[in-house]
Design a protein around this ligand. Sequence first.
Ligand SMILES: NC(=O)C1=CN([C@@H]2O[C@H](COP(=O)(O)OP(=O)(O)OC[C@H]3O[C@@H](n4cnc5c(N)ncnc54)[C@H](OP(=O)(O)O)[C@@H]3O)[C@@H](O)[C@H]2O)C=CC1
Ligand SMILES: O=C(CO)COP(=O)(O)O
Length: 317
Amino acid sequence: MTSGAPIGILGAGAFGGALAVALAARGPVTLWGRDLRPGQRALPRLRDVDLPPAVTTTDRIEDALDAIVLLALPAQALSGFLSQHAALLDGRALVACAKGIDLNSGLGPVEVIAAACPNATPAVLTGPSFAHDIARGLPTALTLACADEAQAIALQAALSTPVLRVYRTTDVIGAELGGALKNVIAIAAGAAIGAGFGDSARAAIITRGFAEMTRLAVSRGARADTLTGLSGLGDLVLTCTSEGSRNFRFGLALGAGEPFDPAITVEGVATASAAAALARAEGLDLPITAAVSDLCQGRATIQTALAALLARPLKEE
Ligand SMILES: NC(=O)C1=CN([C@@H]2O[C@H](COP(=O)(O)OP(=O)(O)OC[C@H]3O[C@@H](n4cnc5c(N)ncnc54)[C@H](OP(=O)(O)O)[C@@H]3O)[C@@H](O)[C@H]2O)C=CC1
Ligand SMILES: O=C(CO)COP(=O)(O)O
């Protein structure tokens, strides 16, 4: 494969680290993390995989400002981070790798970038992909969403490798809401399994959860067919069916009444509240999303949440 343009990655957690490993197959990558040492090869959040020589590590953002900059930070950290570093980041191609809705503003990652860096080309990289799969070089398909089609084509080419297959779309809202909302439904699926409700209940949650995802995304301007793609249904299936998912594992613990390590990133908690607020503003009924929000905020128990869902009036599918 021909050498690609240098890529900067801001955020050295599991996903930033995995993308650095994968993209090093194309060309030089600079990985920034707030505690990253120059020459560091092992990352605490990405076990069992060392960074290859084509990855330079740094704790100076200035070192990672390449033509393409990936923002591999949790969704709730993005706005503050961008405001803090806007002078350095504005005007560049900024690709959010986060899946969530900002709780303060109700915005997705691309709108968060646009608000903080109005001269940037904002995009989002999303889709079904566990960091440990990508880092191990397993075949993976992602979606790159950018409103500007020419930029989407360029970013798709720059971020694809022989095993990382990137599709593209200009439907930014659809791609980012699919990625954000699947985490909420994965918490519900995990909670159902953790509480012992069984696989049939999980199938119902996945299906009716998908209907909620589509309803909210379409009301916000997304195309319905984007939700049936990798960034929506694809990621929903992965996250609701694998204990590789932190959101699913968090749900399992919630359903079983067990504690969960608060240091682990679980995007669906904040996004459930943000999505429930958006649904109220749009006048939409999203019962599973509301139940997850209530469960996470301690306003419901798994038993009261189930009873409320089952007591809803019978309706046409
Ligand atoms: N892990 C996965 O399989 C996948 C994750 N994603 C998405 O990627 C995003 C990031 O997740 P992931 O990498 O897994 O999360 P991790 O918890 O593994 O890592 C998060 C990283 O962000 C850093 N960070 C958090 N807040 C800030 C801040 N304010 N300033 C600077 N750095 C900060 C953390 O630094 P520190 O360690 O110093 O706290 C850490 O390095 C999420 O939106 C997730 O949904 C998408 C696809 C797959
Ligand atoms: O987004 C992911 C898979 O596509 C990772 O899911 P978790 O954040 O639940 O681990």
